[in-house]
Design a protein around this ligand. Sequence first.
Ligand SMILES: C[S@@+](CC[C@H](N)C(=O)[O-])C[C@H]1O[C@@H](n2cnc3c(N)ncnc32)[C@H](O)[C@@H]1O
Length: 314
Amino acid sequence: MEHGGSNSRFELVPLAGGGWAVHDRAWGETMHPVAGPEIEPAALYVEELQLPQLWTRVESGRQALAVVWDVGLGAGANALAVLRSAAARRVRLRLWSFDLSLDALAFARAEAGRLRYLAGWESLVDEFLARGAFTGTVGAAGVEWRYVEGDFARWLAVDEPPADAPDAVAFDPYSPSCHPDLWTAEVFRRLYGRLDPSRPCVLTTYSRSNRVRTALLMAGFFVGRGRPVGVKEETTVASNRLELLSRPLDHAWLDRLRKTPPAGSGRHAGDAHRMAALSVWERLRRHPQFAGLRMSPARDQGAGSSGSGRSASF
Ligand SMILES: C[S@@+](CC[C@H](N)C(=O)[O-])C[C@H]1O[C@@H](n2cnc3c(N)ncnc32)[C@H](O)[C@@H]1O
């Protein structure tokens, strides 16, 4: 596959703590800008995403295959962190990476001398860039890694599955202010619709904004606070199982949301805006996460058996 224009569009920027990150001049955004492409992917898109627990479910035969969606492949740091984690385990992994192009990955590959997370992965990435896919063994893991080109929101809206329902979603597009269309309740509702209700799924993302958390809740997910990464105090975790969240958003969060004016509305915002925010809040109040229809929120390593913490329409 051809990858054009990456040298003028992307550049490496130094990180305060050492190392480099990829900056996209076209959107004015840097990938993993604070903690960097070695730390954030491992912390947020492997550990917080509960991939070690997913590998255990596959190794133990409770499920045949692990399916991970990598939304916003970019320079490949998350995808390679997923592969690095899987490589140590005897699992079958189907990893789908979504993006508009492979240009950022091609740029990163050309800069592998400075981007440490690519060290040792060059030939696999070369094959992936050439074919838009890689199938083979990676350490102990059997891997099918596939690139899905195009707008993820559109893919969710128009393409009927032959997609396997994901067990984990690394949700890492550019920021909500840059790409608001990817962070809407409608997109998350379609994503939720792609889940298999009988299988637990976890989604993690770097955003901690109330607007994003509200959109995830409105889509049917349970939503919790994710671990700090770098100087970011919190991230966000969502799931179709409340018991997979170690710090679910609670009533105090909901109360604060009610008192916070909706983003973008100033002091003189119209009644219609305020009424819309109130009606969203009323709907959230009936969400099973806040309505008392729930189990105690302790992480369940053996997830998959219980359906009692499952979200429902509300
Ligand atoms: C923050 S970067 C991803 C960084 C990447 N996960 C990594 O670890 O290197 C966001 C990526 O989302 C991609 N993107 C932007 N809009 C998109 C869309 N509508 N559908 C899919 N990907 C999109 C961008 O092209 C960019 O590569």
